[in-house]
Ligand binder design. Structure first.
Ligand SMILES: NC(=O)c1ccc[n+]([C@@H]2O[C@H](COP(=O)([O-])OP(=O)(O)OC[C@H]3O[C@@H](n4cnc5c(N)ncnc54)[C@H](OP(=O)(O)O)[C@@H]3O)[C@@H](O)[C@H]2O)c1
Length: 303
């Protein structure tokens, strides 16, 4: 299976631009797919990127002709939007698209019972994975790969409970647990490598990272990068989980993000997983200090 043409849905989100960049760098022929109602402009991509718009309801009739001739589809819309992704995957089967990469890219392994019990998003992602497995069973020409990358490391320090300007951070249980995290560039690169190695990555979940770190190591790296001592507040995990879950059940969205932070920290060591795919994809760990310096510099340039 040789993949050359790739359609990307979600090119204007948080992750989409990094994936678009990596796909183009790997010389794929890229089409950006978007809804008719999408407000993001069509003229911000490189000139050799094709833009196709489809009706907001993502009907098979409108999708299939747009997807014909495409070898792969990559989706970077919200992971909760499984209805859209299911329609798209069914259209891929009809159009003869051979590889589908869903909007997984998780902080956590969505099949983890703990993750599913705390955050509904992960149950949705697993349900979509079940649909993809069924489609791949029914149609031998269709296949899927899910990429699990750990917390996005360089998207928003606050998401990782790191406040750069205030020189402070939060940790869980002393900050010693090891967790995998990925830069947006690493996730883009890994996505392109999956499509360059379609046989080895067929119908499976692959786990990648930029590095395996502890919160203490991350704080120390920020202290080195800012040449200052940081204030650290630590939480006991069981109590934190109980309190944030109660808030999340009451509709508090920040509490949901806090639970994702907790899960990605305590249940996010990909080096222990069978599907750890750094070697398979020909990827090496990145340097934590260099990445943290980049985050600090970007932060300084914005303030
Ligand atoms: N591991 C982590 O730390 C982490 C963090 C965040 C996200 N994620 C995961 O990364 C993936 C991408 O998430 P993201 O946060 O980057 O997404 P996002 O920023 O919410 O993505 C928005 C994109 O989706 C498009 N979109 C929105 N609604 C749509 C719909 N109904 N139909 C079609 N397109 C729609 C938007 O297009 P227009 O604006 O053009 O309309 C935009 O391009 C998800 O799987 C998410 O769970 C992981």
């Amino acid at each position: 299976m040789n993949i050359k043409t790739v359609t990307l849905l979600g090119a204007d989100g948080k992750l989409g631009p990094a994936i678009l960049h990596a796909l183009l760098a790997a010389d794929f022929t890229v089409t950006v797919l978007k809804r008719t109602s999408s407000k993001s402009p069509d003229n911000t991509y490189p000139s050799h990127v094709t833009v196709r718009r489809v009706s907001d309801d993502f009907t098979l009739d409108t999708l299939v002709p747009v997807l014909q001739g495409q070898d792969a589809v990559v989706v970077t819309i919200k992971g909760t939007q499984t209805g859209v992704q299911t329609k798209l995957a069914r259209a891929c089967v009809q159009a003869g698209v051979r590889r589908f990469i869903p909007a997984d890219f998780g902080s956590c392994d969505s099949s983890s019972a703990w993750a599913q019990s705390l955050v509904p998003l992960f149950k949705h992602k697993t349900e979509l994975r079940d649909v993809l497995m069924q489609l791949a069973d029914e149609s031998k020409a269709f296949s899927w790969t899910s990429l699990v990358c750990g917390h996005f490391f360089d998207w928003s320090p606050e998401f990782l409970h790191v406040w750069v300007r205030e020189r402070r951070a939060e940790t869980i249980d002393g900050g010693h647990a090891k967790w995998s995290a990925s830069t947006l560039a690493r996730i883009g690169e890994a996505t392109a490598r999956i499509l360059l190695r379609p046989e080895e990555t067929e119908n499976r979940v692959v786990y990648v990272q930029s590095f395996l770190v502890s919160q203490v190591e991350v704080v120390r790296a920020y202290e080195r990068a800012t040449d200052s001592q940081w204030a650290v507040k630590d939480f006991e995990s069981k109590r934190y989980e109980r309190e944030e879950k109660a808030k999340a059940d009451g509709g508090d969205r920040e509490a949901v993000e806090n639970l994702v932070w907790l899960l990605g920290t305590l249940d996010g060591n990909w080096e222990e997983k069978d599907g750890f795919a750094m070697k398979l994809l020909g990827l090496e760990n990145e340097n934590l200090d260099a990445v943290v310096r980049g985050v600090v510099e970007e932060h300084a340039s914005k303030s």
